[in-house]
Design a protein around this ligand. Structure first.
Ligand SMILES: [Zn+2]
Length: 448
């Protein structure tokens, strides 16, 4: 911004080197007003690029963890007070810009806007990034969308757009132009742990919107199977819910699901066992009564607290964490176990054993899991091949047919051996050939 723009006499925003209370600009001449506005936009772009660099660096260093937030997204929303959508976009853009630093420059000098970066993020790779970014220079959001549609015509983004617009138009709720706004709501309304790079390729999310005090509108697209289950549950509940009210059916379904999930998550039960196993050192097993007590004590929420006293608000991906490492003799008693979200559980392990050690451990675990998946897939393929071979053999076996026609076992076997001259023949051809070597008895052969 030029010194002229910052002149205190010209613009009250910058009087005495800082903003003043009044935002009235009525005293400014048109020319100065336009000049200042352009300068502010330029400064805003530069600030945005710098802001993204900061977000990217905090994200890479995972500084949100010691501040008691389970993700960068949670940190931006809860700590920095950005809106959900704004946080999502900035994290996505920051990650793309760290990978392709040209993005920072182009954002700062105005060749790209934030929406364009978010649209391009999932399509950028080392080969196409320079060309694609330059092609998107100075384009509006819709022009960038057209560019992407042209360059990546078979991406899932197109399928997604069609899917949402078709459903929306079907129900007369959305004009086609609103598709993208809806999509952004989906993206912004995501849970704590986000992978912004995936925003354009994920399936459309449900929309849960407050519409009045304690009333919410739920909009969700479901498949045929889910639809059938809903209808079936609705008919099973007709005695209790004669109107078939879908909200009441869903409420019952959730009650049943929560009981099941609580049981598997923290062994919730109305009838706990009277006899309890004694706690032993050096085992990761946490007894059911300890899980129940810990869950109740911690209120189903991560217990990590930052130095400033902020408690992590995560209620998803919670794990039971041994306060004293099992490897160091920790026991699974109620006072030695706590709830931690996955991010803070890993963070604690990194603090104890070192980030590099844990990274190595995670890589090892991932490799082992991939190897296990590979072995299982190979075994399943081999099993399927054997099964198919058996099926094929059974289908080709003429002996049972000959036996049904009244031939003895040894005759049938000898006739079947003759069929080896037509290994690819159909069962019918093979039966016919076998019969040509045999004298029919009392039964006339039927078509195979
Ligand atoms: Zn946490």
């Amino acid at each position: 911004m030029s010194a002229e723009v910052l002149a205190p006499a010209m613009n009250p925003f910058f009087a005495c080197g800082g903003p003043v209370k009044s935002y009235s600009l009525t005293h400014l001449a048109d020319r100065n007003l336009l000049h200042d506005l352009a300068a502010l936009v330029a400064r805003d772009r530069s600030t945005t690029a710098t802001l993204l660099a900061h977000i990217g660096e905090v994200d890479a260093r995972k500084l949100y963890l010691p501040a008691a937030h389970s993700s960068m997204y949670a940190y931006c929303v809860q700590e920095l007070r950005l809106s959900e959508d704004s946080a999502y976009k900035r994290i996505q853009a920051a990650r793309a810009a760290r990978q392709f630093p040209l993005v920072f420059e182009m954002l700062a000098d105005g060749r790209l806007h934030l929406s364009a970066v978010c649209l391009l993020a999932t399509h950028l790779n080392a080969e196409n990034a320079p060309g694609l970014l330059l092609d998107a220079s100075h384009k509006t959001k819709s022009e960038v969308e057209q560019l992407i549609a042209k360059r990546f015509p078979s991406t899932e983004m197109l399928e997604l757009t069609q899917l949402i617009s078709a459903a929306a138009i079907d129900h007369g709720q959305l004009a086609p132009g609103q598709v993208h706004a809806l999509h952004e709501v989906h993206a912004g309304a995501s849970v704590d742990q986000l992978a912004p790079g995936q925003v354009q390729t994920i399936a459309p999310r449900a929309r849960l919107q407050p519409i009045a005090s304690q009333r919410f509108a739920l909009q969700v697209m479901v498949g045929q199977g889910t639809h059938d289950k809903l209808r079936y549950a609705q008919s099973l509940l007709r005695h209790q819910i004669p109107s078939g009210d879908m909200a009441a059916v869903l409420d019952r379904a959730l009650d049943a699901l929560i009981v099941k999930l609580e049981k598997s998550k923290f062994a919730a039960t109305d009838r706990p066992h009277a006899r309890r196993q004694p706690l032993s050192r050096g085992t990761r097993h946490i007894p059911a009564h300890v899980k129940r007590a810990v869950w109740a004590r911690d209120g189903g929420q991560c217990t990590f607290v930052s130095e400033t006293g902020h408690r992590c608000q995560a209620r998803a991906l919670l794990e039971f964490d041994h306060i004293e490492e099992v490897a160091r003799g920790g026991t699974a008693s109620t006072d030695r176990v706590r709830l931690r979200c996955r991010a803070h559980n890993q963070y604690a392990a990194e603090c104890t054993f070192g980030a590099e050690f844990m990274r190595h451990k995670r890589q090892e675990a991932r490799r082992a899991a991939a190897k296990k998946r590979e072995t299982m897939a190979r075994e399943a393929a081999a099993c399927a091949a054997t099964q198919a071979a058996v099926e094929r053999e059974r289908e080709r076996d003429v002996i049972p047919w000959l036996r049904r026609l009244g031939y003895r076992a040894d005759e049938s076997r000898r006739a079947a051996e003759r069929c080896e001259v037509i290994p690819d023949g159909s069962l019918e051809d093979r039966v016919r050939l076998a019969l040509s070597f045999l004298c029919p008895r009392s039964v006339t052969p039927a078509p195979a």
